[in-house]
Design a binder for this molecule. Structure first.
Ligand code: TXA
Ligand code: MG
Length: 315
């Protein structure tokens, strides 16, 4: 059975004890719910891959409470220090050279000599990391390839019985995963996410290289079919065909079955995206989901990235 824990002192103590015992605990972050395990334990990390059905070559993000802890596992250069001080805690993941002596399970990095690190902003995530007192490996808490979870109930829907517990911290405010910035050679946007690429470029003072190559994923969030609902998905639709379920965006989509944001607000649309994809999937009853066009700026880049993968041909 999977326990649902409250985000108070008692629940967090129980969650930290479970992590210490090598068990898996899902917890809220400001982006999506993470599926946490002790990042120093091969056993716990192996369980993460098993619970999600995730390919072992797809490395995990290490979650820590602050930049000092992050420096124990990764090598920070000036650029890394600059973006970390500007955007942490927050929805940014940095891929940096690994400190192999730091004792992370090699399963976390899938044997790479780089490591993805993140300091989340959600108070429950921060309290759990502090209570546990060590690095927590955490992918999104969903079966591999499916829609990411932004509520405790989504975690239960996908992983009940496969994990020890979920800490219920309500709905995630950002709603799409962290932006992944690679700083190993050059500066590359490996995954668009909760921090707009424009903000990173302004902080670094130069444009980012595009890091995604669907054929040879450098961040396997780049695997083409991902975030997939059961229904087929068609994108960029201003006038749905008869029989399609319409997932709209903005005031032009007044007749939509569900609207990601009636006012056309990208922040609101990102926060609603995964919950609304799940609702659309449940309500569509096998019909195709037609999605309104979303502007390709700010959080719209992360939304469109997830939608393109939701619409991609399934393996
Ligand atoms: O917002 C988030 O980032 C959430 C919350 C829970 O923190 N986590 C998340 O994890 O989205 P996951 O496993 O679903 O996505 C992690 C991504 C994957 O695309 C993985 O390939 C990439 O990070 N990644 C991890 N380590 C990497 C590395 N050393 N080099 C390149 N990409 C890496
Ligand atoms: Mg994921």
């Amino acid at each position: 059975m999977t326990q649902v824990l409250t985000p108070d002192a008692q629940g967090l103590t129980a969650a930290a004890d479970l992590l210490r015992g090598g068990a898996l605990v899902a917890f809220p972050t400001e982006t999506v719910y993470g599926l946490g395990g002790n990042a120093r334990s091969d056993h716990a990390v192996a369980r993460i891959f098993e619970a999600k059905g995730r390919p072992r070559f797809n490395p995990l993000i290490v979650h820590v409470p602050d930049v000092e802890a992050a420096r124990r596992f990764a090598v920070f250069d000036d650029r890394a220090e600059r973006v970390a001080s500007a955007f942490w805690p927050g929805p940014l993941t940095l891929v940096l050279p690994l400190r192999p002596e730091a004792g992370l399970s090699p399963l976390v990095t899938a044997g790479l000599d780089s490591v993805a690190v993140r300091v989340p902003a959600h108070p429950v995530a921060r309290a759990l990391l502090t209570a546990f007192g060590g690095p927590v490996a955490a992918p999104s808490a969903n079966p591999s390839g499916r829609v990411s979870p932004t509520r405790a109930q989504h975690v239960i829907d996908g992983l009940a019985g496969r994990i020890a517990a979920v800490v219920d911290g309500g709905a995630c405010a950002v709603g799409v995963e962290s932006t992944i910035l690679g700083l190993v050679d050059g500066a590359a946007l490996l995954r668009p996410g909760g921090i707009p690429a424009e903000a990173l470029e302004a902080c670094l003072g130069h444009p980012l290289a595009a890091g995604g190559d669907a054929a040879r994923p450098s961040a396997p969030g780049q695997l083409l079919s991902h975030y997939a609902p059961a229904s087929a998905v068609r994108l960029g639709v201003t006038a749905p065909e008869p029989g399609e379920f319409w997932l709209g965006f903005g005031p032009e989509a007044r007749a939509a079955d569900i609207n990601l944001s009636e006012s056309g607000d990208l922040v609101e649309a990102a926060a609603n995206l995964f919950h609304d994809l799940r609702r659309a999937d449940a309500a569509a009853g096998g019909r195709r989901i037609a999605v309104s066009p979303i502007p390709e700026t700010g959080l719209g880049r992360a939304i469109n990235d997830r939608l393109r993968r939701a619409a991609a041909p399934r393996p």
